[in-house]
Design a protein around this ligand. Sequence first.
Ligand code: BTN
Length: 262
Amino acid sequence: MNSLHNIIKIEQTGSTNEDLSRMASEGCETGTVLVADMQTQGKGRRGRTWYSPKGTSLSFSLLLRPEMNPEKASMITLLMAMAVYDALQPILPEVKIKWPNDIVVSGKKVCGILTQMRMQSCMPNADVKAGAYGIKDVIVGCGINVNQDFIPEELKELATSLYLETGCEQNRDGILTEVIKAFDAYFESFLQTGDLAFCKVAYNNRLINKDAAVKVLDPKGEYEGTALGIDESGNLLVEDNNKELRTVYAGEVSVRGVYGYV
Ligand code: BTN
């Protein structure tokens, strides 16, 4: 499939993110991709469950061990969103990215990404506050609704699949190959440059929130405004309704459309 990656396929598991994290602790190779035909306890963002039915969904996790400032790790998720977009856009030209990392079509989600980072001390008696901790590993988990012909009632308003949108079955292995190939190219540029400046314009062109009215669900206080696009670090710039420019940091808050999910 892709010679740079050790791709491991399994029939069923709870969560590929959980399994790969365990495998990483046991020393498995950087770049390993774990793909499951079905997950029984797929993990979503914010503690949600991710629905990964047998034989139709694409659920995989990728193990990375980047040597970089941990503060940069959230950008990796945006790179995976770019890669998934590249793989899905030829199948479904209307796909868009919903900041930071959902892939949406018809106002509904077709892919979600969950990135989990673990830290390790760089020196004995390290002090987290003094920044003496580095990245141990990063697991990028990706769930794509590919051939589902049915979405559970409670998710119908929020989720769709490539099959439901196009009426055609798609090859899950082919999509995985395309995603990984695209991700590798983005990740290499990111490692060379250290930020997202190289793909900021492309990301913003793909962004469903660009110039749209958004509601920022900040735990310190919700507000509404207009999303202007991302900066080089992947943060969303929002002009609030008082014309003040605000920076929304990925991972800390959710952004919704004013009238719904997008
Ligand atoms: C989201 O909430 O949008 C993120 C969903 C991420 C789901 C994927 S499926 C493969 C990997 N394993 C998991 O348990 N979760 C991620």
